[in-house]
Design a protein around this ligand. Structure first.
Ligand code: COA
Ligand code: AMP
Length: 634
């Protein structure tokens, strides 16, 4: 075990939450400025499984921006945009942020956007992305940010489901070695979607300005400049703040709903509890605003707590080198860094002895937090040894919006066990269950579930899909939220998250659905049937591998078909899927009733032990395909 050790108040605080959960969250709710205080802390009779802080009215943007200005922090840096992709570094103070957000809110309002309307935001890592999110929050409108690495069809699916009144986007994003023209993707997505937005605001970037479609598209900066500032609109605590689509087991993404009140309380509280930072501290989540980590810890968490947040448009390596993260930490005085394990592995690969790290003065950095996938023990110990700071793995999901388990700087760290995700945060009772819903003994693997209710910020439902919500999360283990992760709780109460129980894979910290990729592969004219599995990869954690059975008479070379499949996935899902490889196999292993043995294939691809299912049709096929998978692991 390693870490700070000793003196943690974790046990005491966790026990206090368990004794009186409502009292715990009532106290946390005092950290938020309410226009009208909540009538109750939690009402189990509302919504699908209950709602947090009903009767309360607040505005999330006011809490994240305006109240800091009113409290005299207007001159403090709110957002530092550090962009090695453009060579620019700019600081926006809280007062500056307030002024830009209020005007963009005014511009959106002038185009008909009001409380409850949806706005899709498809943006690279530029200040206008958080500004647009906050402008929506200011109006009580519901934003839905779509990650820039998704293709037009994925964007179209989100537009069709969210039915936005307006879309905010940019002319381009910047990836190493290429400019990603966003506008053609956006135009194609709007054309594909049965729902059309009334207004489209485009940030013109000098690297690739785009043509604007008359009557629909407008220049974002001109619209903002011409607008009157809009005040904050109070909303109900239970009103949605945002929808964030995430991969489900099928191609149709799930719209995770986040409410205003519970989210503000939990996110504000988590900054002190989990990360041990507060007003005036510099906090950096090296993620993207398109993911939940970006929503929670680039935008809302740090701003609700009055921190300075870093918005980084660059990569861990190659912009310009593997010292980039440490340069940013040193230059801006980052106190806590949050990154994906894959990013740390990429740095470790290029700078194994920490020579680039040593060039930067990291005295103000106090801890590194990692999440997005399980952090392998080697990477935790490597980072700990070189940084000589605590490295904390914490487990969470888009659905929860903040840590389910972790270690808690606000309470004094307890010893870290590399490879584990730490202990449950106050608010979560985590159990490992067998298929019948019984708790398995400590130290044994089961399905990880959280006893209901989820704490504040946990999704109350899926957008317009209560039944899908119940089915996907609440039906497997009555009284529990099913995380779809498998793992164990050990003798000391640490939670070890080992794998998914569904068809989700984690590629470089990005959550992707193998089901969605299979739908694409199956549409190739030469493919008879297919399975996509995530095979172990030493850098990205997992990478997708397609296993395809060709139709009789398919005349093309295997290499040609594989290249076509990779192009199709890139075209329909996006480059972020990182689908590059497929293998043609003669047959896929199946049960006697004809179901492909995906779970067994997953275990083989993860390098885990497996038992041959008794229902298998022909064990020899599993051997053949297993050998193909093992050969693909890196
Ligand atoms: N817009 C457009 N394309 C994007 C994109 C975006 N926002 N983000 C990624 N892509 C593209 C990349 O350019 C790449 O395209 P390519 O196939 O043409 O090279 C592809 O998607 C895969 O990208 P990525 O996953 O970033 O892999 P990589 O090999 O380029 O880089 C790492 C490897 C480890 C450096 C990188 O994955 C990384 O920084 N990971 C951290 C991810 C992270 O922070 N996740 C947050 C979750 S908490
Ligand atoms: P996302 O919703 O994109 O944040 O992905 C959530 C999923 O990523 C979880 O269900 C886990 O499978 C995985 N995950 C995230 N953080 C961790 C972690 N610290 N340890 C293990 N798995 C993690």
């Amino acid at each position: 075990m390693a870490g700070d050790g000793g003196g943690s108040r974790y046990d005491e605080v966790y026990a206090a939450w368990k004794r009186d959960p409502q009292g715990y969250w009532a106290e946390a709710a005092r950290g938020i400025a309410w226009d009208r205080p909540p009538e109750r802390v939690f009402d189990p009779a509302l919504g699908v499984y209950g709602r947090w802080f009903p009767g309360g009215r607040l505005n999330t943007c006011h809490n994240a921006v305006d109240r800091h200005v009113a409290a005299g922090r207007g001159g403090q840096a709110a957002i530092v945009w550090d962009s090695p992709m453009t060579g620019r570094c700019e600081t926006l103070t809280y007062a500056g942020l307030q002024s830009r957000v209020a005007k963009l809110a005014g511009a959106l309002a002038a185009r008909g956007v009001g409380k409850g309307d949806r706005v899709v935001i498809y943006m690279p890592m530029v200040p206008e992305a958080p500004i647009a999110m906050l402008a929506c929050a200011r109006l009580g409108a519901i934003h839905s940010v779509v990650f820039g690495g998704f293709a037009a069809a994925e964007l179209a699916a989100r537009i069709a489901d969210a039915r936005p009144k307006a879309i905010v986007s940019a002319s381009c994003g910047l990836e190493p070695g290429r400019v990603v023209a966003y506008k053609p993707l956006l135009d194609a997505a709007i054309d594909l979607s049965p729902h059309k937005p009334e207004a489209v605001l485009i940030l013109q970037r000098e690297q690739a300005p785009c043509a604007l479609r008359p009557g629909r598209d407008e220049d974002l900066l001109l619209a903002e400049a011409a607008a009157a500032p809009h005040p904050c609109v109070p909303v109900e605590s239970t009103d949605p703040l945002y929808i964030l689509y995430t991969s489900g087991t099928t191609g149709a993404p799930k719209g995770i709903v986040r409410d205003n009140g519970g989210h503000a309380v939990a996110l504000h509280h988590s900054m002190g509890l989990v990360y041990g930072v507060g007003a005036g501290d510099v906090y950096w989540a090296a993620s993207d605003v398109g993911w939940v980590v970006g929503h929670s810890y680039i935008v809302y968490g740090p701003l609700l707590a009055g921190c300075t947040t870093i918005l980084y448009e660059g990569k861990p390596v190659g912009t310009p080198d593997a010292g980039a993260f440490w340069r940013v930490c040193a230059q801006h005085g980052v106190k806590v860094l949050f990154a994906a394990p894959t990013a740390i592995r990429a740095i470790k690969k290029e700078d194994p002895r920490g020579e680039l790290m040593a060039r930067h003065d990291l005295w103000r950095l106090e801890a590194l937090y990692v999440a997005g996938e399980r952090c392998d023990p080697d990477t935790v110990t490597w980072a700990q040894a070189l940084l000589r700071k605590p490295v904390v793995d914490h487990w969470w999901q888009t659905e929860t919006g903040w840590a389910i388990t972790g270690d808690f700087r606000g309470l004094g760290l307890f010893p870290v066990k590399p490879g584990s995700g730490g202990k449950p945060a106050p608010g979560y009772e985590v159990v490992a269950l067998d298929d019948a819903g019984r708790e398995v003994p400590r130290g044994q693997i089961g399905s990880l579930a959280v006893k209901l209710p989820l704490p504040p910020s946990g999704l109350p439902t899926l957008w317009n899909a209560d039944e899908r919500f119940r089915e996907a999360y609440l039906s497997a283990f009555p009284g529990h939220y099913s995380t779809a992760d498998a793992g164990m709780v050990d003798e000391d109460g640490y939670v070890w998250v080992m794998s998914r129980t569904d068809d989700i894979i984690n590629v470089a910290g990005h959550r992707l659905s193998t089901g969605a990729m299979e739908e694409v592969l199956a549409s190739h004219p030469d493919v008879a049937e297919c399975a996509v599995v995530g095979v172990k990869d030493s850098l990205k954690g997992q990478v997708p591998l397609g296993l395809v059975v060709l139709k009789a008479g398919a005349a093309k070379e295997e290499a040609e078909i594989v290249a076509e499949l990779a192009a199709m996935v890139r075209e329909r899902i996006g480059p972020v899927a990182a689908f590059k490889e497929a293998r043609v196999v003669q047959r896929l292993p199946k049960t006697r009733s004809g179901k492909i043995l995906r779970a067994t294939l997953r275990r083989i691809a993860d390098g885990e032990s497996y038992t041959v299912p008794p229902t298998i049709d022909d064990p020899a096929i599993l051997d053949e395909v297993g050998a193909v998978l093992r050969a693909a692991m890196r």
